[in-house]
Every structure is written in C-alpha cells, then in structure tokens.
Design a protein around this ligand. Sequence first.
Ligand SMILES: Cc1ncc(COP(=O)(O)O)c(C=O)c1O
Length: 400
Amino acid sequence: MTAQRENQVFDMIEAPRLGEPYLLTPGPLTTAYGVKEAMLRDWGSRDGDFIAMTAEMRERVLEISGLSAPEYDCVPMQGSGTFAVEAMLGSFLPRDGKALVLANGAYGLRIGKILERIGRDHTLIDKGDYLPPRGEEVTAAIAADPKITYVVVVHCETSSGILNPIEEIAEATKAAGCKLFIDAMSAFGAIPIDLERVHYAALAASSNKCIEGVPGIGFVVAETSELEAAKGNCHSLSLDLHDQWIGLNKDGQWRFTPPTHVLAAFVEALRRHAAQGGVVARGARYTRNRDVLVEGMRALGFETLLSEHWLSPIIITFFYPADPAFDFNRFYDLIRERNIVIYPGKLTVADSFRIGCIGQLGENVMREVIAASAEALNEMGIKDAAPTEEALAERKKLSA
Ligand SMILES: Cc1ncc(COP(=O)(O)O)c(C=O)c1O
C-alpha cells in the first residue's frame, strides 16, 4: 500500500501531499510517505524486533559503502550528523596525533572547530568558498609537517555544494603514509566512492541526507582495526564509537536510549534505496534534478556560485540578483507560498541562496521551483536575475 501511495503522491506535484511543503534543503529533506509511515508504532529498545532492525541498518549501510565485514563495520550514533563527525574524530584521532583538515566551506571549518574543542592538534588548509583542496596541496602540507598523520576532508561541502576530489586527496594521503577520514554527510548514498582509489579509515554520514530518512541518527563506517585501536581514546562517553561498537556487538543493543522511530524510518529508507537501484540510481535522479534546476534558473538570469566542473548533484548555490529590488526574505516567502522551502546561503564572501536537489522528489518539482522563482521575481518587479558584475568578477578571480 505504501509504495502505491508514494507513487501517487510523487506524481502529484500540483498538490503536494497533506499540504506539506517540498523541502529543497539539504536535510532534513522531503521523505517518502512510507518512510514516515514506518514510524507509526513503538518499539522496545531491548526487544528482538528492534535489535534486528539495528543489525539490518548496519548491514545495509555497509553494503552501500561497498565495504564489508570483518575488515569494516558500521556504528550508528544518536544525534545529528555533527555528532557522528565529532564521534569519529574524537574516537579515532590519537590524542598525540596531528590532523590536516581540508576546508572549503562551513563544514570543513566546523571540523577544525571540533578538533580545537576536543584538544586535537591540527593544521588547516582553507580554500575559501569556490575551490576544492587538491592532492598536491595535501602532499606539500604533509611534507612540510612530519607530525601530520591524519587527513580529514568533506566529500560534498554542502555550504557551497562543491564536490571535492576525494580520489586525488585519498591517493596523496596514502602516498604520504597518512590515514584518511571523510565527512560524507551529504554525499553518502548518491555519490559513489571509487574504492580502488580511495582508502579511508572512517567515514561519517547521517540518516537524513541521500538515504532520505528522517533526522536523528548519524553513522560511521570504519575499519575494524580503527574501532579496536580506539579503546579509551575518546574525549566523551556518549560519543565513544569504540564503546558503542563493543556494546552493539555484545548484545545488539545501543548503550543509551536509541531514537527508535528514527531507526525504523531509516531502515525503511535504506530498503527503498536498495530497491530503487542503490547509489547509482539515486545519483542519477539527483543529477537530473540538478541539470533541470540549473538550466531553468539560468534562463531567469540566475548564476551559480561554482563553475560547472565542481557543481555537485546535491545542492546548488545561486548568487543574489543584482537588481536592488531583490530581497531574499521576500523571495523566500513568495516561494514558500507555493509550498516550496529553499535555503539561505552559508558563504563567507558572496550573498547567495541554495536549492537542494536531494530528497524524495524529481525533476517535476524542480520545474515547480523554477516557475515559483519566476513568479517571485515578477512580483518583485525584477526582469533579470543576473548577479552583480563584482560577484562574477570575484568568482572569476577566486576560482582561477
Ligand atoms: C557535509 C556536512 N557535514 C556536516 C553536517 C552537519 O550535520 P548536522 O547539521 O546534521 O549536524 C552537514 C549538514 O548539512 C553537512 O552537509
């Protein structure tokens, strides 16, 4: 029943389900009806049904990663994505180690902040908003500082939408004899990782991005050897992945109260992810969403922050139009009236807003967004949404 209802709803773009808006935000995002429906019962956290669900979740995540036991394992962590990232860093980075953090946006900078807070030595390469960190920069930074033994990178930097070249970063990291940690929050499940080229010690992501579950669970896929070696290393009791892993493997139970309903929704979302063609199919749908969106918005005059080469199929950042009549809050409200939620920008330099391509939606919804944007511009009396010359010049200068 749920699949049929979902398909009906999915096609009914003119009348979004139950009056809910489409969330064109990079998580929380629009989920399938059946995923929400999976939450309509209670589970005892020590009950066999729930223990089986936890095991299924761990297996399915590992399957998506393309890695397998016993070399790798998946450890879930209660909380939002940041909890999983902090758990990964605090559990695996040795207290006397030093990390190289590759930043090109808010989430890379947040990794630096976490390391600062938990007292782990690190150095930062900050590439600003427009450009990715490159393999040769990793090689040079490690050569210049022999204390560095770990590299931390964000796969898709969601603050701009840039897709970082983790293959060359992983190769440079490995060649220098260092270990790699990946914040794959907004990429996991839709952007494949070439395991021939990318060897990672651990990766963190969450339920409410490309797997299209609801928020509340993060997870880490890690080498079993890392999980073993992490004993006693974490700065925090609740975020200790070693303890969480040992607990789960002992009796299948979470150490502390798990988000039972969130897990049920996540397992349903994981089953759908597999049934709908896995990473490749999900990535293809999001790519189509992006292509339709970018083409339509460009036709209105909008311009993307990033050059074509680095645009991810996850989220797109657009410059504000130059027209002085443009007011983002009004633009947001006018689009919201059409039952669509977009996202403000999160950049250090340019004024911008973002539109997500992920979630239980297809190109028909993207066309809705374009139509809603055109109407909003019209209401504001804006004929052309082109950005300022300065913004374009800045982009040219900083992307060179
Ligand atoms: C790349 C990346 N890292 C970390 C996070 C933080 O996740 P949360 O807001 O769920 O804590 C996000 C959230 O969008 C993200 O996109």
